[in-house]
Ligand binder design. Structure first.
Ligand code: IPD
Ligand code: CA
Ligand code: CA
Length: 263
């Protein structure tokens, strides 16, 4: 995929995102929520509308591109071939339903399995995080610098504490500067891009929770692996850490030393 092609795809996607922004206020006014696997697993008409709109956009603009999306695009047979988009139409649906705040769209383009373009759009703050392979990462068109390295005792960390063992939670709290959790994997990860958080851990990330983070990690010199320092498969997801290089080893050591977590 040439630079020129990526540039054109990026322009088209930015236009699609602009159109979605305009539609969200009306969708928010008329939000309808249903449950999936249990009463905490929510989906709204907004999640579905955004995914359908992106599917339509691809059919009209890039008909040979594949879609791997949370709300109903789960066919995985050929995703490593050619252009594949991974989409979480709303990440942080619980926040959307309960707070009307702190939710985002996560979108990433892979070509032959390699990340090429990534977007995390924070609707409430109108913050668009974007990364383009070889061209760095941006926040609303302002270039982001790789964050300064900080050790764990100077870092805020975030993790999904429901599945952590109590001892591991206390170890992580005791060794870090502070703990915060936004509750949207894309936004918790974006805090690591900007250096506001040292690390975000998700013990069982779905592919769409982390599709965009691969390229941001590459372009910003961050660590993104599973808990055994191995690369994560973009089609499978799984245990995930994105981290400032200054605290990565310390966080992993604490996470693993007492059994850590259950999936
Ligand atoms: C959720 C969020 C949340 C994480 C959950 C995810 P969703 O995504 O990223 O931070 O803890 O595991 O499912 O369901 O709102 O797209
Ligand atoms: Ca998600
Ligand atoms: Ca979602």
């Amino acid at each position: 995929m040439t630079d020129e092609m990526l540039y054109q795809i990026d322009e088209a996607v930015i236009k699609w995102l602009d159109d979605e922004k305009q539609k969200i206020p009306a969708l928010l006014k008329d939000m309808k929520t249903t449950t999936k696997t249990d009463r905490f697993d929510l989906v709204t008409n907004i999640d579905k509308a955004i995914e359908q709109s992106f599917e339509q956009f691809l059919m009209n603009t890039f008909p040979d591109h594949q879609l791997y999306g949370e709300e109903g695009h789960h066919e995985i047979a050929h995703l490593r071939e050619g252009a594949t988009w991974v989409l979480d139409p709303i990440d942080g649906t619980v926040n959307l339903v309960k707070q009307q705040d702190d939710f985002c769209i996560i979108l990433a383009l892979f070509y032959n399995g390699k990340p090429m373009l990534s977007y995390i759009y924070d609707y409430s703050r109108q913050h668009l995080f974007k990364a383009r392979k070889g061209y760095g990462a941006y926040l609303n068109e302002q270039s982001l610098a790789p964050p300064q390295a900080y050790p764990l005792h100077e870092s805020i960390i975030s993790f999904n504490n429901k599945v952590m063992n109590d001892e591991t939670i206390h170890d992580l709290l005791n060794h870090s500067f502070a703990y915060r959790l936004i509750g949207a994997c894309g936004l918790d990860s974006a805090k690591v891009f900007t250096g506001q958080f040292g690390a975000h851990i998700h013990t069982n990330a779905k592919p769409w929770d982390i599709g965009a983070q691969f390229l941001f990690a590459e372009e910003l010199g961050l660590k993104m692996t599973n808990f055994y320092r191995e690369p994560i498969d973009f089609i499978q997801g799984g245990p995930f850490i994105i981290s400032n290089p200054g605290c990565y080893e310390e966080v992993l050591a604490l996470l693993l030393q007492k059994g850590g977590y259950q999936i």
